[in-house]
Design a binder for this molecule. Structure first.
Ligand SMILES: C[S@@+](CC[C@H](N)C(=O)[O-])C[C@H]1O[C@@H](n2cnc3c(N)ncnc32)[C@H](O)[C@@H]1O
Length: 525
């Protein structure tokens, strides 16, 4: 059968840096897939879409309640409140003074990336007329509706679907775009069985409130398509000068349904990843992607355990993952005493929030290394992270720094699958923050000589952070501007004071030696 190839010129909203094609996926059974027809270099932007076809700002995050997702602008009232809060926090330096309210980070992030001017009055009136009134009515009624509680659809999915139907009924979706929505692949197999209750409930609500003139079968098709194709809108989190919130360094600002971006299939070791700069969707390369290789993203985030990847893909997406990593990559111990031990460690992790005891982790790591596994094999990297967390909880910042230096300079270079560029940036932020803490702490565990090396290393790494952020997200993004400002605030205008790589390499090697790390290749420093 000859396979239709769809070229980029059919999608005017897409700004691509190389020609892209949509055709039969290289993964049997996956359907269509997206391919680049030229080489793409690591971290390069592959394509962007200034405003995906359907964006729903998440009202689950308190900071976003008053953002108009018709035009992605903040309303004045909330903007002022946030400004006041920002002033009261006005982040003091140092990890020890970290503000306890994580939501303040969300406020900052979102404010910087979302246009802060008032949405025009006309925009609000228009939005109310064509979808907002229906959306509000249904959602507020649903809140009190106790029927089918177990099948309640998440509010943002409900809003996305109501929005789509209302805009269609109002004649606001051009025929070609509607065709794109209607041709989205719907969930099949086990995934479909799991979603059936939710979709029935949704169709019933839509019918009861007379949301749309569309046939019930079309409503259900759109619902299955939404669940099979929506993408969360994660924005990079703007941190304090030194400290950082725990977690993964991004904040979810909503959900989007973007049919072009939906053509990208899943891999557990993907060659690309997506991020948002405000409402702009960006697809970026994790590594060099040769001409003709299919583009892939991970639908479940980066997960090192073979077993949990398989389970999560089946549970959340309803298909069996047969990507190269799952077929040929390493697996954790699946039988024998190491497997039994691993189950014990995982059980402990679920029952004690503090993480499993340090010695138990260290013993297990030693056993795995003796059995022929290497530092990058699951669960070793994850056990080191637990050791790091438990060490900080004990208040031992100096030991915490040592463990994290191992994670950043050694383990993350060999971990399978490798971390995304934005995860590496978050790790770098942690290293910088821990170094700052070590500079301030009085402790016999660190010599004066090592302490004296830290400020230069921190300045050098802070500049590296600016460069990496620009490479990772693009130089004109809010996060890149923010990091440049932070660097200047901390280290002043003298831009070349921290450019001496020879000095840095010499100093960091001494610090790594103090932390028990030797033989780190220079390119990893
Ligand atoms: C977001 S869509 C991707 C585009 C889709 N291939 C199409 O033809 O429209 C997600 C669906 O693609 C298929 N898919 C994506 N990645 C896959 C993979 N690694 N293995 C098998 N099927 C996959 C599954 O049917 C999944 O539900």
């Amino acid at each position: 059968m000859s396979q239709a190839v769809q070229h980029l010129d059919s999608f005017a909203r897409v700004k691509a840096t190389v020609p892209l094609e949509i055709r039969q996926s290289s993964i049997p059974v996956a359907g269509r897939g997206m391919f680049a027809t030229e080489l793409i270099s690591a971290q390069n932007l592959i394509f962007s879409i200034a405003k995906p076809l359907l964006c729903i700002v998440d009202d689950g995050a308190e900071a976003l309640r008053n953002i108009c997702d018709n035009c992605f602008a903040t309303r004045k009232g909330i903007y002022q409140t946030i400004r006041e809060r920002r002033l009261t926090y006005d982040f003091p330096d140092g990890i020890l003074n970290k503000p306890s309210n994580l939501k303040s980070w969300t406020f900052l992030s979102i404010l910087r990336i979302i246009n802060s001017s008032d949405p025009p009055e006309a925009c609000r009136i228009e939005a109310w007329e064509h979808h907002h009134r229906v959306e509000c009515t249904v959602l507020s009624q649903m809140h009190h509706d106790l029927r089918g509680v177990e099948n309640k659809v998440p509010a943002r999915s409900m809003r996305a679907l109501i929005r789509l139907m209302c805009l269609y009924d109002a004649g606001m979706i051009p025929a070609a775009e509607w065709e794109e929505f209607m041709s989205l692949k719907v969930t099949s197999g086990i995934g479909r069985e799991k979603l059936a209750g939710h979709v029935e409930y949704l169709a019933e609500i839509v019918d009861y409130y007379k949301v749309t003139k569309l046939e019930k079968s079309v409503v259900k098709q759109l619902a299955y398509a939404h669940f099979n194709n929506n993408l969360v809108m994660d924005q990079p989190l703007l941190r304090n000068s030194f400290s950082y919130p725990s977690g993964n360094g991004c904040v979810t600002s909503g959900v989007c349904l973007e049919p072009f971006a939906s053509m990208i299939n899943h891999s557990c070791q993907p060659n690309s990843w997506w991020t948002f700069n405000g409402s702009e969707f960006q697809l970026r390369a994790v590594r060099d992607i040769p001409t003709g290789e299919e583009l892939s993203i991970s639908y479940i985030g980066i997960t090192a355990s073979y077993r949990s990847r398989q389970e999560n893909i089946i549970k959340d997406w309803g298909f069996e993952c047969s990507c190269l990593l799952c077929k040929e990559g390493p697996q954790e111990p699946m039988e024998g005493p190491l497997h039994e031990n691993l189950l014990e460690i995982q059980k402990l992790e679920r029952s004690t929030p503090v993480g499993s005891p340090l010695q138990m982790n260290q013993d297990f790591i030693d056993e795995m290394l003796l059995s022929g596994y290497h530092l990058g094999n699951y669960p070793i990297p994850y056990l080191y992270r637990q050791i790091y967390t438990a060490t900080l909880r004990k208040g031992d910042n100096i030991e915490g720094l040592k463990v994290y230096l191992k994670i950043y300079f050694e383990i993350e270079h060999v971990v399978i699958p490798p971390p995304f560029p934005d995860d590496r940036i978050n790790s770098l932020k942690k290293v910088i923050s821990l170094i700052r803490t070590a500079e301030l702490v009085e402790s016999l565990l660190i010599t004066e000589e090592i302490k004296s090396l830290l400020p230069y290393i921190r300045g050098f790494l802070s500049k590296k952070l600016c460069r990496e952020t620009e490479k990772c997200f693009g130089p004109d993004t809010e996060i890149a501007k923010f990091e440049r400002e932070q660097h200047q605030k901390m280290f002043g205008q003298s831009t070349n004071a921290y450019d001496d790589r020879e000095r840095y390499v010499n100093d960091i090697n001494k610090v790594l030696g103090w932390a028990g790390l030797t033989n780190i290749p220079e390119m990893n420093l």
